[in-house]
Design a protein around this ligand. Structure first.
Ligand SMILES: NC(=O)c1ccc[n+]([C@@H]2O[C@H](COP(=O)([O-])OP(=O)(O)OC[C@H]3O[C@@H](n4cnc5c(N)ncnc54)[C@H](OP(=O)(O)O)[C@@H]3O)[C@@H](O)[C@H]2O)c1
Length: 232
């Protein structure tokens, strides 16, 4: 892995992705809305920015050229199929064989075998229609985006983040195939570690074609699972 592109580089997750990718010595390119370019000032000439909406196919085509890996922040903002347009553009223009790693939340399901708490079902069930009504987000477009990814023959990984918090890294998160697995019960990950997991996935071929749901390795549920494994 030498050259990577971060699509949605200016957001909170995108900036952590940038820090981890630079720390690994990758050449970093990124796409963000023109009005957000200034948020990246601290990275100076260590990154190359392609200003544009992340679903702008011409901008994505240029930005991902020659990249071995693409990290994509799937954002459901607005009601213009932003997430699915972004995912489709990345899959259409990424180099053959490039590793593609996408972010989303636990509400996305690869195989329908996730078991959700009543609280999560209520949040998604209420937030989705309200957000669409107010025209600030369309959660179902993130579902559309990941369905497109799941059906593609690319080398993809979809990383499903738990609730997020700020703070120092606690190390690489642990993961499970399905929400409902007891290891995930604490439902909390530092945002920097969500990014750490995505960057690590670029070079972890065992995650190709998977949708890991993650949680902090320091979370009580992860610690309990670790203690059980040691005791067994
Ligand atoms: N927040 C959570 O609790 C949570 C939990 C689980 C998973 N996730 C996942 O984590 C990822 C990142 O989420 P985050 O909450 O940390 O957000 P974030 O990284 O701060 O922002 C996400 C992206 O949305 C863009 N954006 C914001 N407003 C926009 C608009 N009106 N139109 C177009 N783009 C807009 C941002 O670009 P600009 O810099 O240009 O604004 C940024 O690239 C997402 O895939 C999300 O599904 C989040």
């Amino acid at each position: 892995m030498k050259k990577i592109c971060i699509v949605g580089i200016s957001g909170k997750l995108g900036q952590y992705l940038t820090e981890h990718a630079l720390a690994r010595g990758y050449e970093v390119r990124g796409v963000c809305r023109p009005e957000s370019v200034d948020k990246l000032a601290r990275f100076g000439d260590r990154i190359t920015v392609f200003p544009g909406k992340t679903n702008d196919r011409a901008v994505i085509a240029e930005a991902v050229k020659g990249c071995d890996g693409v990290l994509v922040v799937l954002a459901p903002w607005g009601v213009q199929r932003y997430a699915s347009g972004t995912a489709q553009a990345v899959m259409d223009f990424a180099e053959p064989g490039a590793r593609l790693v996408f972010s989303c939340g636990w509400h996305i399901s690869l195989d329908g075998k996730d078991v959700y708490s009543l609280k999560l079902r209520l949040i998604v069930g209420l937030f989705g229609p309200i957000a669409r009504l107010l025209r600030f987000a369309e959660l179902d477009d993130q579902v559309r985006a990941t369905d497109l990814i799941f059906q593609s023959d690319k080398d993809w990984t979809v990383v499903r983040g738990s609730n997020l918090e700020e703070g120092e890294s606690e190390g690489l998160p642990v993961w499970a195939e399905h929400v409902g697995d007891p290891v995930l019960a604490s439902n909390l990950t530092r945002r920097t570690d969500f990014a750490l997991f995505m960057v690590a996935a670029l070079t972890n071929d065992s995650l190709i074609g998977k949708a890991p749901a993650i949680v902090s390795r320091a979370a009580p549920s992860a610690q309990a699972a670790q203690e059980q494994a040691v005791a067994a």
